[in-house]
Design a protein around this ligand. Structure first.
Ligand code: SAH
Length: 359
């Protein structure tokens, strides 16, 4: 039976440019299974209408776990003395990029902890080398950097940048990121967008001190900034961090947050991310793909280093080939398909189309 109130909230949220926070809170707080199923079905229909049935692939290479920060939730934080640190060489990274290209993937995500020692010119050369040798999109995810560095790497050929805000609540942000600046995080986000990166943001669901209202604010921020990509993932406690004793983020709430994000932001690329897979395995990946997600990220970090990129525990080792064939199976079960295109931002295309029409 169709719930009249739920249906009218969903239509209102879908139709409005700036949805009411109370409507978002209502959707995020849904508990009754039939209503939650209705929310997911609505999000899935929005996904189908705005990004289609293709599941895009991004190959991720976690090239260093050095970090200067002290994010309370993250195992890479500099105070975690239990972690052996590594940094891949240029050659090692290029080997993995080559492998990813052989697998037919057209986006590489270069991710690391936030290193002071990351030489911007070394990174610039690496990006140049990748983009000159291979016909693929390059996504960077190396944290808060200066505007000049962002510009340098953009000129070298990088196309996209992932920098999750984690939470848009300044006080909550401050409580989780000692010594870091929320304003600087925003500055970085805005710089990336101004420079012309396809920019990704996102949050963690289940953080200490977070509420439904905070999550609704996160989603309003995603809408306001019209991000090209948004990653919503559950909090997974890491025992070598200050939040190691906290409970796991709730998978249901994470999926509702993802579904509402899809409905509000329409054609954004939304990954079924590693945190979801770590928390809930294959079922989690499937659930996310049915609650708004349209991207998956097979891991191409060399096997020897995989365990050392321990942001949180539970990341299962699986070769990229296995991962792709698993996603292929899932896609066919869902009557969807793997999309081997670059999968650039759809927002970008929309803007480019308008610009062309105006010229
Ligand atoms: N240094 C880069 C990459 C960070 S790791 C940066 O700052 O952008 C990528 C993401 O992992 C983070 O943005 C965060 O959202 C997520 N993450 C970190 N610790 C986590 C945890 N314990 N549980 C769930 N997600 C976590």
């Amino acid at each position: 039976m169709i719930d009249v109130k739920l249906q009218s909230v969903l239509s209102r949220v879908y139709d409005s440019d700036v949805p009411a926070r109370s409507d978002l809170e209502y959707l995020l707080a849904l508990e009754e299974p039939s209503k939650v199923a209705h929310l997911f079905a609505f999000a899935d229909a929005v996904r189908k209408e705005h990004v289609g049935d293709g599941i895009l692939l991004r190959g991720i290479i976690e090239f260093s776990n050095h970090c200067r920060n002290t994010c309370l939730y993250c195992g890479l934080n500099r105070d975690n003395s239990h972690l052996e640190r590594y940094r891949l060489s240029r050659w090692q990274i290029l080997q993995r990029v080559e492998k990813l290209v052989r697998c037919g993937i057209k986006t590489v995500v270069l991710q690391s902890g936030e290193e002071d020692a990351l030489d911007p010119y070394w990174f610039e050369q690496l990006i140049e080398e990748i983009t000159s040798k291979f016909d693929i999109a390059v996504t960077l995810s190396v944290g808060q950097k200066s505007c000049r560095e962002y510009e340098l790497w953009k000129r070298a050929g990088a196309n996209r940048y992932l920098l999750k805000i984690e939470t848009i609540d300044p006080e909550l942000y401050a409580s989780l990121h000692p010594g870091m600046s929320f304003d600087n995080h925003l500055r970085c986000t805005f710089d990336l967008q101004a420079i012309g990166y396809q920019t990704g943001s996102g949050n963690i669901v289940g953080l200490r001190g977070q509420t439904i209202a905070t999550l609704a604010e996160d989603i309003l921020f995603f809408r306001e900034r019209d991000f090209d990509m948004i990653s919503v993932g559950p909090f997974i406690p890491n025992r070598n961090t200050a939040l190691g004793g906290r409970p796991l983020g709730d998978l249901g709430l994470t999926l509702r947050c993802m579904a509402v994000t899809r409905i509000v932001t329409k054609n954004t690329h939304i990954p079924s991310n590693t945190a979801i897979a770590s928390l809930a395995g294959r079922d989690g990946t499937i659930a996310a793909l049915q609650a708004g997600a349209n991207v998956v990220m097979p891991n191409f970090t060399p096997e020897a280093y995989r365990n050392l990129y321990e942001i949180y525990p539970g990341k299962k080792y699986i070769t990229p080939e296995e991962s792709i064939s698993q996603i292929e199976k899932i896609a066919s079960e869902l009557t969807r398909y793997l999309d081997y295109n670059r999968g650039d931002s759809l927002k970008c295309k929309k803007e480019q189309a308008t610009a062309t029409a105006e010229n």
